[in-house]
Design a protein around this ligand. Structure first.
Ligand code: IMP
Length: 430
Protein backbone atom coordinates (compact mmCIF):
# COMPACT_ATOMS: atom_id res chain seq x y z
CA UNK A 1 0.00 0.00 0.00
CA UNK A 2 1.88 3.16 -1.08
CA UNK A 3 -0.43 5.36 1.02
CA UNK A 4 -1.19 4.44 4.63
CA UNK A 5 -3.39 6.92 6.45
CA UNK A 6 -3.51 6.75 10.26
CA UNK A 7 -6.42 8.63 11.84
CA UNK A 8 -7.86 8.99 15.31
CA UNK A 9 -11.30 7.40 15.64
CA UNK A 10 -12.25 9.30 18.82
CA UNK A 11 -11.58 12.77 20.30
CA UNK A 12 -7.81 12.68 19.76
CA UNK A 13 -5.15 11.29 22.09
CA UNK A 14 -5.79 7.76 20.85
CA UNK A 15 -2.05 6.99 20.79
CA UNK A 16 -1.55 7.68 17.09
CA UNK A 17 2.08 8.76 17.65
CA UNK A 18 3.28 5.37 18.81
CA UNK A 19 1.22 3.55 16.16
CA UNK A 20 2.68 5.77 13.42
CA UNK A 21 6.08 4.93 14.90
CA UNK A 22 5.26 1.22 14.51
CA UNK A 23 4.21 1.59 10.86
CA UNK A 24 7.07 4.01 10.12
CA UNK A 25 9.72 1.31 10.33
CA UNK A 26 8.49 0.25 6.86
CA UNK A 27 7.79 3.73 5.41
CA UNK A 28 9.80 6.08 3.21
CA UNK A 29 7.91 9.28 4.02
CA UNK A 30 5.78 10.45 6.94
CA UNK A 31 3.39 13.36 6.38
CA UNK A 32 1.00 15.48 8.42
CA UNK A 33 -1.90 17.24 6.72
CA UNK A 34 -3.96 19.09 9.34
CA UNK A 35 -3.80 21.13 12.52
CA UNK A 36 -0.71 22.52 14.14
CA UNK A 37 0.98 22.40 17.52
CA UNK A 38 -2.33 21.76 19.26
CA UNK A 39 -1.47 18.09 18.64
CA UNK A 40 0.65 16.09 21.04
CA UNK A 41 2.04 12.79 19.83
CA UNK A 42 4.14 10.74 22.23
CA UNK A 43 6.64 8.11 21.14
CA UNK A 44 8.57 6.11 23.75
CA UNK A 45 11.87 4.59 22.64
CA UNK A 46 13.52 2.93 25.64
CA UNK A 47 14.40 5.66 28.16
CA UNK A 48 13.69 8.41 25.62
CA UNK A 49 10.22 9.94 25.35
CA UNK A 50 9.56 12.17 22.35
CA UNK A 51 6.59 14.53 22.62
CA UNK A 52 5.95 15.88 19.15
CA UNK A 53 3.49 18.66 18.40
CA UNK A 54 4.24 19.55 14.79
CA UNK A 55 6.67 17.08 13.28
CA UNK A 56 5.25 13.76 12.08
CA UNK A 57 6.12 10.93 14.48
CA UNK A 58 7.75 8.99 11.63
CA UNK A 59 10.72 11.40 11.64
CA UNK A 60 12.28 9.39 14.46
CA UNK A 61 13.10 6.65 11.93
CA UNK A 62 16.30 7.56 10.06
CA UNK A 63 15.12 6.40 6.61
CA UNK A 64 11.98 8.57 6.71
CA UNK A 65 11.53 11.97 5.08
CA UNK A 66 9.01 14.08 7.00
CA UNK A 67 6.47 16.35 5.30
CA UNK A 68 4.34 19.16 6.73
CA UNK A 69 1.48 19.55 4.27
CA UNK A 70 -0.44 22.53 2.95
CA UNK A 71 -3.43 21.79 5.23
CA UNK A 72 -1.41 22.62 8.33
CA UNK A 73 -0.99 25.78 10.38
CA UNK A 74 2.60 26.09 11.57
CA UNK A 75 4.02 28.01 14.49
CA UNK A 76 7.71 28.39 13.53
CA UNK A 77 8.76 28.89 17.13
CA UNK A 78 7.37 25.49 18.19
CA UNK A 79 8.77 23.90 15.06
CA UNK A 80 12.30 25.10 15.78
CA UNK A 81 12.06 24.10 19.45
CA UNK A 82 11.05 20.62 18.36
CA UNK A 83 13.75 20.42 15.70
CA UNK A 84 16.38 21.48 18.25
CA UNK A 85 15.28 18.76 20.68
CA UNK A 86 15.48 16.12 17.96
CA UNK A 87 18.84 17.38 16.69
CA UNK A 88 20.10 17.20 20.29
CA UNK A 89 19.01 13.55 20.42
CA UNK A 90 20.94 12.75 17.26
CA UNK A 91 17.87 12.78 14.99
CA UNK A 92 18.59 14.93 11.97
CA UNK A 93 16.07 17.54 10.87
CA UNK A 94 18.10 18.77 7.91
CA UNK A 95 16.25 19.98 4.79
CA UNK A 96 16.88 16.69 3.01
CA UNK A 97 14.62 14.93 5.52
CA UNK A 98 12.10 17.63 6.39
CA UNK A 99 9.97 19.32 3.72
CA UNK A 100 7.43 22.04 4.43
CA UNK A 101 4.66 23.04 2.05
CA UNK A 102 4.85 26.56 0.70
CA UNK A 103 1.06 26.70 1.01
CA UNK A 104 0.80 25.88 4.73
CA UNK A 105 -0.26 28.82 6.90
CA UNK A 106 1.78 30.46 9.65
CA UNK A 107 0.69 30.91 13.25
CA UNK A 108 1.88 34.07 14.97
CA UNK A 109 1.69 35.37 18.56
CA UNK A 110 -1.28 37.49 17.35
CA UNK A 111 -3.24 34.30 16.61
CA UNK A 112 -2.46 32.98 20.08
CA UNK A 113 -3.54 36.25 21.70
CA UNK A 114 -6.77 36.17 19.72
CA UNK A 115 -7.42 32.53 20.65
CA UNK A 116 -7.18 33.47 24.34
CA UNK A 117 -9.33 36.60 23.89
CA UNK A 118 -12.06 34.64 22.07
CA UNK A 119 -12.09 31.90 24.69
CA UNK A 120 -12.27 34.53 27.43
CA UNK A 121 -15.22 36.19 25.72
CA UNK A 122 -17.06 32.85 25.52
CA UNK A 123 -16.92 32.60 29.31
CA UNK A 124 -18.43 29.39 30.67
CA UNK A 125 -19.36 28.31 27.14
CA UNK A 126 -15.71 28.20 26.09
CA UNK A 127 -14.47 25.42 23.83
CA UNK A 128 -11.45 24.65 25.95
CA UNK A 129 -8.99 25.20 23.10
CA UNK A 130 -5.30 24.49 23.51
CA UNK A 131 -4.61 28.24 23.23
CA UNK A 132 -2.19 27.64 20.34
CA UNK A 133 -3.93 30.06 17.95
CA UNK A 134 -5.31 27.31 15.73
CA UNK A 135 -8.84 28.72 15.21
CA UNK A 136 -7.66 32.30 14.43
CA UNK A 137 -5.00 31.01 11.98
CA UNK A 138 -7.59 28.96 10.06
CA UNK A 139 -9.97 31.94 10.21
CA UNK A 140 -7.32 34.09 8.50
CA UNK A 141 -6.84 31.35 5.92
CA UNK A 142 -10.58 31.20 5.16
CA UNK A 143 -10.94 34.97 5.04
CA UNK A 144 -7.94 35.13 2.70
CA UNK A 145 -5.71 37.32 4.80
CA UNK A 146 -3.45 34.63 6.25
CA UNK A 147 0.32 34.51 6.12
CA UNK A 148 1.58 31.52 4.18
CA UNK A 149 4.93 29.78 4.44
CA UNK A 150 5.73 31.00 0.90
CA UNK A 151 5.39 34.59 2.12
CA UNK A 152 8.64 34.02 4.02
CA UNK A 153 10.42 34.08 0.65
CA UNK A 154 9.11 37.55 -0.20
CA UNK A 155 11.43 40.54 0.39
CA UNK A 156 8.64 42.43 2.16
CA UNK A 157 7.76 39.53 4.54
CA UNK A 158 8.53 41.53 7.74
CA UNK A 159 6.17 44.29 6.57
CA UNK A 160 3.45 41.72 5.87
CA UNK A 161 3.91 40.41 9.43
CA UNK A 162 3.63 43.98 10.72
CA UNK A 163 0.36 44.52 8.80
CA UNK A 164 -0.98 41.24 10.20
CA UNK A 165 -0.17 42.24 13.80
CA UNK A 166 -1.77 45.67 13.29
CA UNK A 167 -4.89 44.05 11.81
CA UNK A 168 -5.17 41.58 14.70
CA UNK A 169 -4.65 44.38 17.20
CA UNK A 170 -7.86 45.98 15.91
CA UNK A 171 -9.78 42.82 16.82
CA UNK A 172 -8.00 42.44 20.17
CA UNK A 173 -9.07 45.98 20.99
CA UNK A 174 -12.70 44.98 20.47
CA UNK A 175 -12.24 42.30 23.13
CA UNK A 176 -10.34 44.73 25.38
CA UNK A 177 -7.43 42.29 25.25
CA UNK A 178 -3.79 43.45 25.39
CA UNK A 179 -2.40 44.42 21.98
CA UNK A 180 0.95 43.26 20.58
CA UNK A 181 3.92 45.42 19.61
CA UNK A 182 4.51 44.63 15.90
CA UNK A 183 8.27 45.41 15.89
CA UNK A 184 9.57 42.42 17.91
CA UNK A 185 7.19 40.05 16.10
CA UNK A 186 8.47 41.30 12.71
CA UNK A 187 12.09 40.92 13.79
CA UNK A 188 11.48 37.43 15.13
CA UNK A 189 9.62 36.28 12.01
CA UNK A 190 12.42 37.65 9.80
CA UNK A 191 14.82 35.34 11.69
CA UNK A 192 12.37 32.45 11.44
CA UNK A 193 12.13 33.00 7.68
CA UNK A 194 15.90 32.86 7.29
CA UNK A 195 16.01 29.51 9.05
CA UNK A 196 12.96 28.03 7.32
CA UNK A 197 13.81 28.94 3.71
CA UNK A 198 15.77 25.78 2.83
CA UNK A 199 12.83 23.61 3.94
CA UNK A 200 10.13 25.25 1.83
CA UNK A 201 8.95 23.07 -1.05
CA UNK A 202 6.06 22.13 -3.27
CA UNK A 203 5.38 19.06 -1.14
CA UNK A 204 2.45 18.02 -3.36
CA UNK A 205 4.89 17.66 -6.26
CA UNK A 206 7.40 15.79 -4.13
CA UNK A 207 4.79 13.41 -2.70
CA UNK A 208 3.43 12.74 -6.17
CA UNK A 209 6.91 11.86 -7.41
CA UNK A 210 7.43 9.61 -4.38
CA UNK A 211 4.18 7.77 -5.09
CA UNK A 212 5.14 7.30 -8.72
CA UNK A 213 8.45 5.84 -7.59
CA UNK A 214 6.53 3.30 -5.46
CA UNK A 215 7.60 4.75 -2.11
CA UNK A 216 5.49 4.12 0.99
CA UNK A 217 3.93 7.28 2.40
CA UNK A 218 2.62 7.20 5.93
CA UNK A 219 0.07 9.91 6.59
CA UNK A 220 -0.57 10.98 10.17
CA UNK A 221 -3.76 12.81 11.13
CA UNK A 222 -3.78 15.09 14.15
CA UNK A 223 -6.67 15.18 16.67
CA UNK A 224 -9.53 12.72 16.04
CA UNK A 225 -12.66 12.19 13.96
CA UNK A 226 -14.95 13.62 16.64
CA UNK A 227 -12.96 16.90 16.63
CA UNK A 228 -13.38 17.35 12.85
CA UNK A 229 -14.72 20.77 11.84
CA UNK A 230 -17.55 19.23 9.77
CA UNK A 231 -18.10 15.80 11.29
CA UNK A 232 -17.19 16.30 14.95
CA UNK A 233 -19.15 17.43 17.98
CA UNK A 234 -19.52 20.96 16.57
CA UNK A 235 -18.92 23.59 17.96
CA UNK A 236 -16.68 21.68 20.40
CA UNK A 237 -14.22 20.78 17.67
CA UNK A 238 -10.91 21.95 16.30
CA UNK A 239 -10.76 24.19 13.22
CA UNK A 240 -9.36 21.71 10.71
CA UNK A 241 -10.48 18.57 8.89
CA UNK A 242 -9.16 15.66 10.90
CA UNK A 243 -10.68 12.83 8.90
CA UNK A 244 -9.00 10.57 6.32
CA UNK A 245 -10.43 12.08 3.09
CA UNK A 246 -8.91 15.43 4.11
CA UNK A 247 -5.47 13.84 3.82
CA UNK A 248 -5.78 14.25 0.05
CA UNK A 249 -6.57 17.97 0.08
CA UNK A 250 -4.23 18.62 3.02
CA UNK A 251 -1.30 17.14 1.09
CA UNK A 252 -2.20 18.03 -2.48
CA UNK A 253 -2.82 14.43 -3.58
CA UNK A 254 -5.42 13.57 -6.19
CA UNK A 255 -8.23 11.04 -5.86
CA UNK A 256 -6.09 8.46 -7.65
CA UNK A 257 -3.93 8.29 -4.49
CA UNK A 258 -6.97 7.04 -2.58
CA UNK A 259 -7.13 3.92 -4.73
CA UNK A 260 -3.98 2.60 -3.14
CA UNK A 261 -4.73 3.79 0.40
CA UNK A 262 -5.24 1.79 3.55
CA UNK A 263 -6.92 3.71 6.35
CA UNK A 264 -6.12 2.66 9.90
CA UNK A 265 -8.33 3.99 12.67
CA UNK A 266 -6.68 4.23 16.08
CA UNK A 267 -9.07 3.77 18.98
CA UNK A 268 -8.39 3.57 22.68
CA UNK A 269 -9.82 0.59 24.58
CA UNK A 270 -11.90 3.20 26.42
CA UNK A 271 -12.93 6.78 25.59
CA UNK A 272 -11.31 10.11 26.51
CA UNK A 273 -11.66 13.78 25.60
CA UNK A 274 -10.05 17.06 26.65
CA UNK A 275 -11.90 20.33 26.59
CA UNK A 276 -15.63 20.94 26.63
CA UNK A 277 -18.43 19.19 24.75
CA UNK A 278 -20.75 16.19 24.92
CA UNK A 279 -19.50 12.79 26.11
CA UNK A 280 -22.36 10.28 26.58
CA UNK A 281 -20.29 7.48 28.16
CA UNK A 282 -18.33 9.74 30.52
CA UNK A 283 -17.46 8.33 33.96
CA UNK A 284 -16.79 10.16 37.18
CA UNK A 285 -15.58 9.05 40.63
CA UNK A 286 -13.33 6.06 41.35
CA UNK A 287 -13.74 4.36 37.98
CA UNK A 288 -12.73 7.58 36.21
CA UNK A 289 -9.69 7.98 38.43
CA UNK A 290 -8.74 4.36 37.77
CA UNK A 291 -8.85 4.87 33.97
CA UNK A 292 -7.17 8.29 34.03
CA UNK A 293 -4.20 7.31 36.19
CA UNK A 294 -2.51 9.53 38.74
CA UNK A 295 -0.46 11.55 36.27
CA UNK A 296 2.76 10.01 37.59
CA UNK A 297 3.42 8.34 34.22
CA UNK A 298 3.72 10.27 30.96
CA UNK A 299 1.12 7.95 29.40
CA UNK A 300 -1.55 8.67 32.03
CA UNK A 301 -4.59 10.58 30.76
CA UNK A 302 -3.31 14.15 30.99
CA UNK A 303 -3.00 16.35 27.88
CA UNK A 304 0.40 16.23 26.12
CA UNK A 305 0.02 19.84 24.99
CA UNK A 306 -1.80 21.45 27.92
CA UNK A 307 -1.34 19.01 30.85
CA UNK A 308 -5.09 19.14 31.52
CA UNK A 309 -6.66 15.96 33.02
CA UNK A 310 -8.61 14.18 30.29
CA UNK A 311 -12.25 13.26 30.76
CA UNK A 312 -12.63 9.46 30.60
CA UNK A 313 -15.42 6.96 29.96
CA UNK A 314 -16.40 3.63 28.42
CA UNK A 315 -15.74 3.00 24.75
CA UNK A 316 -18.57 4.39 22.63
CA UNK A 317 -19.31 1.91 19.83
CA UNK A 318 -21.92 4.15 18.17
CA UNK A 319 -19.34 6.90 17.69
CA UNK A 320 -16.77 4.31 16.61
CA UNK A 321 -19.07 2.98 13.88
CA UNK A 322 -19.61 6.58 12.79
CA UNK A 323 -15.81 7.07 12.57
CA UNK A 324 -15.50 3.92 10.44
CA UNK A 325 -18.05 5.35 7.98
CA UNK A 326 -16.77 8.94 7.82
CA UNK A 327 -13.13 7.89 7.36
CA UNK A 328 -13.66 4.74 5.30
CA UNK A 329 -11.51 2.80 7.77
CA UNK A 330 -10.07 -0.47 6.54
CA UNK A 331 -8.88 -1.67 9.95
CA UNK A 332 -8.58 -0.69 13.60
CA UNK A 333 -5.74 -0.54 16.07
CA UNK A 334 -6.82 -0.66 19.70
CA UNK A 335 -4.49 1.09 22.14
CA UNK A 336 -4.08 0.99 25.92
CA UNK A 337 -5.57 -2.47 26.37
CA UNK A 338 -3.23 -2.86 29.37
CA UNK A 339 -5.04 -0.08 31.25
CA UNK A 340 -8.14 -2.29 31.50
CA UNK A 341 -6.23 -5.17 33.18
CA UNK A 342 -7.54 -5.73 36.71
CA UNK A 343 -10.97 -4.20 36.16
CA UNK A 344 -13.79 -6.41 37.36
CA UNK A 345 -16.14 -5.55 34.52
CA UNK A 346 -15.83 -3.56 31.32
CA UNK A 347 -18.71 -1.83 29.56
CA UNK A 348 -19.05 -1.09 25.87
CA UNK A 349 -21.73 1.24 24.50
CA UNK A 350 -23.34 -0.60 21.60
CA UNK A 351 -26.34 1.67 20.84
CA UNK A 352 -28.16 4.78 22.07
CA UNK A 353 -31.65 4.96 23.50
CA UNK A 354 -33.97 7.92 22.98
CA UNK A 355 -37.65 8.15 23.91
CA UNK A 356 -37.96 4.36 24.25
CA UNK A 357 -36.31 3.70 20.85
CA UNK A 358 -32.94 2.04 20.35
CA UNK A 359 -30.70 3.70 17.75
CA UNK A 360 -27.66 2.13 16.08
CA UNK A 361 -26.75 5.30 14.19
CA UNK A 362 -26.93 9.02 14.82
CA UNK A 363 -29.71 10.74 12.85
CA UNK A 364 -27.82 14.05 12.57
CA UNK A 365 -24.21 13.29 13.40
CA UNK A 366 -22.67 13.83 16.82
CA UNK A 367 -23.21 17.59 17.36
CA UNK A 368 -26.03 17.19 19.82
CA UNK A 369 -25.64 14.02 21.84
CA UNK A 370 -27.68 15.22 24.80
CA UNK A 371 -30.93 13.34 23.95
CA UNK A 372 -29.22 9.95 23.97
CA UNK A 373 -28.65 7.48 26.73
CA UNK A 374 -25.94 4.86 26.11
CA UNK A 375 -26.98 1.21 25.92
CA UNK A 376 -24.21 -0.94 27.38
CA UNK A 377 -23.03 -4.51 27.03
CA UNK A 378 -21.02 -5.67 29.99
CA UNK A 379 -17.93 -7.90 29.73
CA UNK A 380 -16.04 -9.71 32.46
CA UNK A 381 -12.61 -8.16 32.98
CA UNK A 382 -9.28 -9.97 33.21
CA UNK A 383 -6.70 -9.91 35.98
CA UNK A 384 -3.54 -10.70 34.00
CA UNK A 385 -0.97 -8.02 33.20
CA UNK A 386 -0.90 -8.04 29.39
CA UNK A 387 2.22 -5.83 29.05
CA UNK A 388 4.45 -8.77 28.12
CA UNK A 389 2.07 -10.41 25.62
CA UNK A 390 3.29 -10.38 22.00
CA UNK A 391 1.13 -13.14 20.56
CA UNK A 392 -2.58 -12.55 20.01
CA UNK A 393 -3.57 -16.02 21.28
CA UNK A 394 -1.76 -15.34 24.55
CA UNK A 395 -4.05 -12.43 25.39
CA UNK A 396 -6.54 -13.41 28.13
CA UNK A 397 -9.69 -14.85 26.55
CA UNK A 398 -11.77 -12.10 28.20
CA UNK A 399 -9.61 -9.47 26.47
CA UNK A 400 -9.98 -11.24 23.11
CA UNK A 401 -13.76 -11.44 23.58
CA UNK A 402 -13.86 -7.69 24.25
CA UNK A 403 -11.74 -6.94 21.17
CA UNK A 404 -13.82 -9.29 18.99
CA UNK A 405 -16.98 -7.46 20.03
CA UNK A 406 -15.42 -4.09 19.21
CA UNK A 407 -14.51 -5.38 15.73
CA UNK A 408 -17.96 -6.86 15.07
CA UNK A 409 -19.63 -3.64 16.23
CA UNK A 410 -17.32 -1.49 14.06
CA UNK A 411 -17.62 -3.82 11.07
CA UNK A 412 -13.86 -3.75 10.37
CA UNK A 413 -11.07 -6.02 11.65
CA UNK A 414 -8.67 -5.18 14.45
CA UNK A 415 -5.14 -5.81 13.30
CA UNK A 416 -3.11 -4.43 16.20
CA UNK A 417 -3.48 -3.86 19.91
CA UNK A 418 -1.02 -1.98 22.08
CA UNK A 419 -0.36 -3.33 25.57
CA UNK A 420 1.99 -0.68 26.96
CA UNK A 421 3.80 2.52 26.03
CA UNK A 422 7.02 0.94 24.77
CA UNK A 423 7.69 0.69 21.07
CA UNK A 424 7.57 -3.13 21.09
CA UNK A 425 4.48 -3.46 23.30
CA UNK A 426 2.27 -4.21 20.33
CA UNK A 427 0.37 -7.41 19.53
CA UNK A 428 -0.42 -8.13 15.90
CA UNK A 429 -3.37 -10.31 14.92
CA UNK A 430 -1.98 -12.46 12.15
P1 IMP B 1 -7.98 23.93 19.34
O1 IMP B 1 -7.61 22.89 18.33
O2 IMP B 1 -6.81 24.37 20.17
O3 IMP B 1 -8.73 25.07 18.74
O4 IMP B 1 -8.99 23.25 20.39
C1 IMP B 1 -10.31 22.86 20.04
C2 IMP B 1 -10.71 21.57 20.76
O5 IMP B 1 -9.92 20.48 20.27
C3 IMP B 1 -10.47 21.60 22.28
O6 IMP B 1 -11.48 20.83 22.90
C4 IMP B 1 -9.13 20.90 22.45
O7 IMP B 1 -8.99 20.31 23.72
C5 IMP B 1 -9.25 19.85 21.36
N1 IMP B 1 -7.94 19.40 20.85
C6 IMP B 1 -7.15 20.06 19.99
N2 IMP B 1 -6.05 19.34 19.71
C7 IMP B 1 -6.18 18.18 20.38
C8 IMP B 1 -5.37 16.99 20.45
O8 IMP B 1 -4.32 16.85 19.81
N3 IMP B 1 -5.86 16.01 21.25
C9 IMP B 1 -7.04 16.10 21.90
N4 IMP B 1 -7.82 17.18 21.86
C10 IMP B 1 -7.39 18.21 21.11
Amino acid sequence: MPLQIIVGAQWGDEGKGRIVDWFASRADLSARYNGGDNAGHTVTVGPRIFKLHLLPSGIIHPQVTAVLGNGMVINPRTLFEEMDILNGSGISTSPDRLRISYAAHLITPSHQALDKALEGARGKDNIGTTGRGIGPAYTDKATRRGLRVADMLAPDFPERVGDHVAETNRTLRMYTAPELDPAPVCAQYREFADRLKPYIADTSLELHAAMQAGKIILVEAAQGTLLDLDFGTYPFVTSSSTTAPAALTGLGLGLDAARTASVVGVVKAFQTRVGSGPFPTELTGDLAMRLRGSGANPWDEYGTTTGRPRRVGWLDGVLLRYAVRINGLSELTVTKLDVLSGMENIKLCTAYRQAGKTLDDLPFGPSDLSPYEPVYEQFPGWKEDVGGVRNWNELPSAARDYLDRIASLAGVPIRLASVGPERDQVVEKV
